[in-house]
Design a protein around this ligand. Structure first.
Ligand SMILES: O=P(O)(O)OC[C@H]1O[C@H](O[C@H]2O[C@H](CO)[C@@H](O)[C@H](O)[C@H]2O)[C@H](O)[C@@H](O)[C@@H]1O
Length: 385
């Protein structure tokens, strides 16, 4: 299959922007009505085809707006003469937002009541959820305390990590063999063995994990590996003179980080990505926290990964199962949506600033995630779940 052939259009975009008003990159790219169809492992995705390059968009302010809006601003507390600390506008906005997305800690009793008699399945994003966001992506370590809590929850509930990182890298960070791992935004899943799943999905193979256990390995974008590798090398080369830019190979996707790039050069980063991607109509671009993410145009995302894992665990279509998904990133919205639309379980958004989301509850940061997980463990220990 020649994934590069037969195209007139350069860059593809995220087919389902979460919130156009937040100016994600995907919401800025105009497309013709012509469609291109990509294929990988039986997964078809019809995507709009772009008529011109994204150069104009890169030059327009909307690209930069999107790049600037991709991470919460630092909060500044203002000292007040009468109070120790007055609430800033940001605090007021956050408290108002909490009405729509209540804290999963404050609402814990409600969640526990709903979970009574049900089997919880836990899905956890990594960056920004289990580990705090840091400048160097290679140093996004989770704390030992967090690891210990995740280990404990996994003792009681089937638990999977679903990350944009490569599966190997996220496993290196977490280091717990009792979990299931889905890397590359769900495009590389190592889950439990279940015969019906292997039969249903052509790219699902039986394999043996490092620790010797039998697993199912599902890699729906396997046909894209050479292309992703090629694009990774081109992106490294083209961005090598941009101070602070970092290109990360996440196996089935590539991250182009601009967190450490001077803001006046963000348009240069965007332009470089555009220049490389214009030759790859079967790759699309999404936008995370100070990162541009290049990924295959296949109909697969973190939401599909959750559905797949629930099936693999024998937990799909069961009234007594309560999936809980905790994540901070745009890509986690696909999973929140699956849970919301299936009227099944809860999405919990980790955010310290107001954001539109398909999640039901919220947590402010990884330390609150840890507190929430501890509450789940305590509840189970006390037989309240
Ligand atoms: O799905 P996730 O596990 O949340 O992964 C999403 C991306 O996370 C990483 O980047 C983000 O975290 C870095 C470390 O804190 C930070 O430096 C960067 O600015 C963030 O975008 C990871 O490096 C990416 O590859 C993941 O796609």
């Amino acid at each position: 299959m020649d994934l590069k052939s037969n195209h007139t259009a350069p860059v593809l975009t995220d087919p389902a922007p979460i919130n156009k008003s937040r100016l994600g990159v995907s919401s800025m790219l105009p497309y013709s009505r012509t469609a291109a169809t990509a294929y990988s492992a039986g997964l078809f995705l019809t995507i709009p085809r772009k008529k011109t390059g994204i150069l104009d968009d890169v030059r327009s302010s909307s690209w930069l707006d999107a790049m600037k809006s991709s991470s919460p601003p630092h909060k500044i507390k203002t000292k007040d003469v009468n109070n120790d600390y007055a609430l800033s506008d940001a605090d007021v906005a956050y408290n108002t937002w909490l009405v729509k997305y209540p804290s999963a800690i404050a609402s814990f009793e409600q969640i526990a009541n709903h979970a009574k008699g049900k089997r919880i399945a836990l899905f956890l994003d990594y960056d920004g959820t289990l580990s705090p966001i840091v400048d160097n992506p290679d140093c996004a370590f989770m704390s030992d305390a967090m690891r210990a809590v995740v280990k404990k929850v996994a003792k009681y509930f089937p638990t999977a990590i679903i990350s944009g990182r490569s599966r190997d890298k996220v496993y290196d960070f977490v280091g717990l063999t009792e979990l299931y791992y889905a890397g590359s935004h769900g495009m590389d899943i190592m889950g439990p063995v279940r015969q019906s799943i292997s039969g249903d999905h052509p790219n699902c193979i039986r394999s043996t994990a490092e620790q010797g256990k039998e697993v199912n390995l599902f890699q729906p974008a396997v046909a894209f590996l050479p292309m992703i590798d090629e694009v990774f090398r081109s992106l490294v080369e083209i961005t090598k003179d941009i101070i602070g830019a970092k290109v990360e190979n996440n196996k089935f996707c590539v991250s182009v980080h601009y967190r450490n790039v001077d803001e006046k050069n963000w348009n240069v980063v965007a332009q470089c990505v555009n220049d490389v991607l214009k030759d790859y109509p079967h790759l699309r671009l999404t936008h995370g926290r100070k990162v541009l993410e290049v990924r295959p145009v296949i109909d697969w995302d973190k939401g599909k990964a959750v559905t797949f894992l629930l099936e693999s665990l024998g937990l799909s279509n069961c009234d007594d199962v309560l999936p809980i998904y905790v994540g901070d990133d745009r890509t986690d919205e696909d999973a929140f949506k699956v849970l919301r639309e299936g009227n099944q379980g809860y999405g919990i958004l980790v955010s310290s600033e107001p954001k539109e989301s398909k999640a039901v509850y919220s947590l402010r940061d990884p330390s609150e995630v840890m507190e929430f997980l501890k509450s789940l463990v305590a509840c189970k220990n006390s037989s309240a779940l």
